[in-house]
Design a binder for this molecule. Structure first.
Ligand code: DGY
Length: 333
């Protein structure tokens, strides 16, 4: 059992919810700034710590683990994605890597659906028109006509927890559901009448809304690129609430400009925040959000609770640590 005096924790951002209370009594170093800490700051602050509670914006690599020293026991990420952590290196050193798993599935599915509706029914342009006092005629037969959501086909890439939650919402909206996934999910297929396709291009060719819910890794980087856009319907929308780099942003911009697809709803970008010079900012056929998929009070608070609980499970465990949301069980002795 690790004693409390051996429980030095570096937290890289102030969190909503109960994390700080839960970790009270431990030796906490908190990065209080609005901006994420720089790599230099992390290198300095992590020295001698037993745990780090980090965000998806903090790259935790070998250099950081070296700077921490051998007493670092756990990297607890306040996120579902963990591509910012060198998990193989952590495992090699016996460092537990934990994440917030499916805690944010429903919240992210809500945002994906918000983007679907916003894109299909011109919600953002309509709001803008009213505020800019450009609504000059009352009701009009052809004002801001959009596309059907009800009855349309949704193509879900990745049918894990978030993808399945999106599929449930799609069912409620009377949509036809197709999905492409590494693993076939027969339970969801029969529950929601979802059609599995083995070929991504088939999904792209038939979907009115293509929505991405897969994780970012070497295989999925730029999975959606110029060749894939060619396969999509000209009337289709691309929705991305997963990770920006799954889509080639350069190819997306060309596809939007040339009318190869109708539009896109994006909560994530290859670089965050998005570059101030990005052509996306001037496009009318996109809805852009600042990575807020999980940003509701309850979800963010639960994520904080889970991230703090993982640290407690490892640092002040009575027996062999066994954190619930472990990315690398191989790190266990
Ligand atoms: C995550 O946790 O990976 C999300 O992208 C944050 O909303």
């Amino acid at each position: 059992m690790v004693k409390r005096s051996n429980s030095a924790i570096y937290i890289t951002r102030r969190l909503p919810g109960p994390a700080l209370k839960m970790l009270k009594g431990l030796d906490i170093t908190l990065h209080n700034g609005k901006e994420p800490p720089t790599k230099e700051e992390i290198l300095k602050r992590i020295a001698g710590k037993n745990a780090i509670l980090c965000m998806l914006s903090d790259r935790i690599d070998k250099e950081i683990m070296d700077a921490a020293g051998p007493q670092l026991k756990i990297i607890s990420s306040y996120s579902t994605g963990f591509e910012h952590i060198d998990v193989a290196e952590a495992t090699r050193r016996g460092i537990y890597v934990t994440f917030t798993s499916d805690i944010l599935a429903e919240a992210t599915a809500d945002i994906a659906f918000a983007l679907i509706l916003a894109c299909a029914r011109n919600i953002v342009s309509a709001d803008r028109m009213v505020r800019e006092k450009k609504w000059e005629v009352g009701w009009m037969p052809d004002l801001l006509l959009g596309h059907n959501v009800h009855g349309a086909t949704i193509g879900i890439i990745g049918l894990g927890k978030i993808g399945s939650s999106v599929a449930r919402r799609a069912r409620g909206f009377g949509m036809k559901i197709m999905y492409y996934s590494r693993r076939r999910n027969e339970a969801v297929e029969s529950e929601l009448d979802a059609k599995y396709v083995q070929d991504l291009d088939e999904l792209l060719a038939h979907s009115d809304f293509v929505t991405i819910h897969t994780t970012l890794n070497e295989e999925s980087k730029h999975l959606i690129n110029a060749k894939r856009f060619e396969k999509m319907k000209k009337t289709a929308f691309l929705i991305n609430t997963s990770r920006g780099a799954i889509v080639s942003q350069r190819d997306l911009i060309s596809a939007l400009k040339s009318g190869m697809i109708a539009g896109a709803g994006l909560d994530v970008f290859e670089r965050e925040p998005i570059e101030k010079t990005s052509p996306l900012l001037a496009m009318k056929n996109v809805v852009l959000l600042p990575h807020i998929g999980s940003a509701d009070y309850i979800t963010r608070s639960k994520m904080a609770e889970v991230a703090a609980r993982s640290i407690l499970d490892v640092l002040v465990a009575e027996k062999e640590p066994n954190p619930k949301y472990l990315v690398n069980p191989q790190a266990q002795p």
